[in-house]
Design a protein around this ligand. Structure first.
Ligand code: COA
Length: 152
């Protein structure tokens, strides 16, 4: 098993299957993928890609005074691979990489259905619920890098 830094094109298959099911693969290409510094990781289990995550140097919308912010996006693991730690390993690898780039804050628009996953990884909910059409209710979540996940 391994986590590898990959190109944005390498994330499209999992993005498509999990985050944009039934939609053209073109919907899995984000404008932010072209940003300088955009980064993508994939999880591989016995050579099969089971999950992806991306991050972009984007300021935190709720507080643009926070320095060195990155947005986590397109977090997904294949259904058959869930609950095995692949998602956590991807976020851990992303955080290690970003910390080396002097990142200080990591934030995301978290689906309510994934909020528990991010809470376990040390993110906190910020602000009120909002809806993203065709996807559902979300909250912004934020984590100061260099801090571990929730205590037991
Ligand atoms: C959310 C998602 C990425 C989690 O991936 P995963 O590989 O199953 O996560 P892990 O196995 O690494 O789980 C890490 C921990 O979070 C917990 N967890 C995982 N998903 C959870 C959820 N939806 N709610 C609450 N806890 C969750 C696990 O139980 C595990 O806890 P533990 O460390 O105490 O054992 C995956 O379910 C997914 O792709 N969902 C659909 C797409 C999605 O919602 N993406 C996020 C968009 S904001």
């Amino acid at each position: 098993m391994s986590v590898r830094k990959v190109s944005h094109q390498d994330t499209w298959a999992v993005r498509n299957e999990i985050l944009r099911p039934g939609l053209p693969v073109s919907t899995c290409q984000f404008a932010e993928d072209q940003l300088q510094g955009a980064v993508h990781f994939s999880f591989y289990d016995m050579g099969q890609q089971t999950g992806v995550v991306s991050a972009y140097p984007v300021e935190f919308p709720a507080d643009n005074s926070l320095p060195n912010c990155w947005q986590l996006r397109a977090m997904a693991t294949l259904e058959a691979a869930r609950g095995k730690g692949h998602g956590k390993a991807l976020v851990n690898a992303l955080e290690d990489y970003l910390s080396q780039q002097s990142a200080q804050w990591l934030w995301c628009n978290a689906r309510n259905t994934a909020q528990g996953f991010y809470l376990k990884l040390g993110f906190l909910v910020v602000g009120d619920e909002f809806d993203i059409p065709r996807i559902g209710p979300h909250h912004m979540m934020l984590k100061a890098l260099g801090q571990s996940g929730e205590s037991e």
